[in-house]
Ligand binder design. Structure first.
Ligand code: PLP
Length: 390
């Protein structure tokens, strides 16, 4: 009889950390009977705002809808231009198109994978309404350079912070959380690939009370009196629909899970940062390999850990060799302008660094539960494969 082959080791690129606490929390709204946009959502918003140091936080169905609402609040409409990066998940560019506006893509700084502030200023026209800057894979973008540009030209600055809950920037001598926000609004994702998850989900923080009010109307079809208020009133209240809104609600089941995830977040970030530091120590001897750069004014969540490949190594064969050894990877962040959905869009500025980052980099496993043994295995595999190509 053949001996059973040993189970193949498989290290995922990421893994959500969900436990009994989240299971118990999800049961709470189910038991209470209030399962959408009710007390758990209100509590999650309050706790999120406290964590980020934000004046206002409004929960929505995901980060894509958060971006749509933030851009609308900034007055982005038909025929306007919004300066952003192509080098991001496609949701960033799509949210601009939902407003009837044109994404104007500019190149990235190859060291941080974030929007290059110098390219932003060159791309401003009389139709520019906003800058949509991404804190890519958790690395804060250079807000201290971007904000004065936006203010000088009267543009809104919206932060795509999908991956950046818990990231920090050094701001006027103090470490502050991304999402305070430093721009006009910041949008977060709770998709399972993010640092914390509610299955799907999103949050918008803003410094403007009026924007926050507007988000609350839009996320529920512009209903004049929310159902929570009607429910708790002794008087009969009839609601009206004051404009064109959307169903962008978060459920109470998701929010209850999110509240537990927020409790875990500080220790998750400590662990993620330990693992990132360990990768630096263990990988710095591979010739030609480019390790990610964290500027002195930034602290990343390391939502993803992105390596630049040595010149002689080919991206897909390296990924296949790692997969054969049981290590999951992804190519560098996508570029929206290369996708069929964007081929008919005018590309006003060359994007060599964005394209190179997509083609020549690799996301490798990093997640809170990753053991040192897992990490040593990933590192050994990288040594074996990349040294063989040298
Ligand atoms: C940079 C960026 N923006 C926006 C999104 C969209 O987030 P969601 O899936 O919550 O809509 C993502 C998700 O991957 C992202 O990485």
């Amino acid at each position: 009889m053949d001996k059973p082959s040993p189970a193949k080791r498989m290290i995922p690129i990421s893994l959500p950390l969900l436990g009994e606490e989240e299971q118990a929390a999800a049961a709470r709204p189910i038991g209470s009977g209030w399962v959408t946009q009710g007390p758990e959502v209100a509590a999650f918003e309050k706790e999120f705002a406290e964590y980020a140091g934000a004046a206002h936080a409004c929960a929505v169905s995901n980060c894509t809808t958060a971006l749509h609402l933030a851009l609308k609040a900034a007055g982005v409409g038909h025929g306007d231009e919004v300066i952003t990066v192509s080098h991001s998940f496609i949701a960033t560019a799509n949210s601009i198109r939902y407003c009837g506006a044109l994404p104007v893509f500019v190149d990235i700084n190859p060291r941080t994978f974030n929007i290059d502030p110098e390219r932003v200023e060159e791309a401003i026209t009389e139709r520019t309404k906003a800058v949509l800057a991404v804190h890519q894979i958790g690395m804060p973008c250079d807000l201290s350079a971007l904000l004065p540009i936006a203010r000088r030209h009267g543009l809104a600055l919206i932060e795509d912070a999908a991956c950046a809950i818990g990231s920090e920037i050094l701001w006027e001598g103090q470490w502050e959380k991304v999402g305070k926000p430093h721009g006009d609004a910041a949008c977060f994702s709770f998709h399972p690939r993010k640092v914390i998850t509610t299955g799907d989900g999103g949050m918008i923080t803003t410094r403007h009370a009026q924007w926050d009010q507007q988000f609350r109307l839009w996320r529920q079809h512009c209903m004049s009196v929310p159902d929570t208020a009607r429910h708790h009133s002794d008087r009969v209240i009839v609601e009206h629909y004051t404009g064109l809104g959307y169903n962008y609600r978060l459920t109470d089941i998701q929010a209850a899970v999110g509240r537990e995830q927020l409790k875990r977040l500080p220790s998750m970030i400590v662990r993620r940062r330990e693992l990132a530091e360990r990768y630096v120590k263990l990988l710095s001897d591979i010739e030609g390999l480019v390790l990610p750069h964290e500027p002195a004014w930034a602290r990343s969540t390391w939502q993803s850990y992105c390596l630049g490949l040595p010149e002689q190594a080919s991206q897909i064969p390296v990924m296949q060799a790692l997969k054969d050894l049981g290590v999951a990877t992804k190519t560098g962040i996508m570029c929206a302008h290369r996708e069929p959905a964007y081929v008919s869009f005018p590309l006003c500025h060359p994007l060599p660094e964005s394209e190179r980052a997509q083609d020549r980099s690799l996301l490798i496993p990093l997640f809170t539960q990753m053991t040192e043994d897992d990490q040593d295995y990933v590192v050994d595999c990288l040594h074996k494969i990349l040294n063989a190509t040298a």
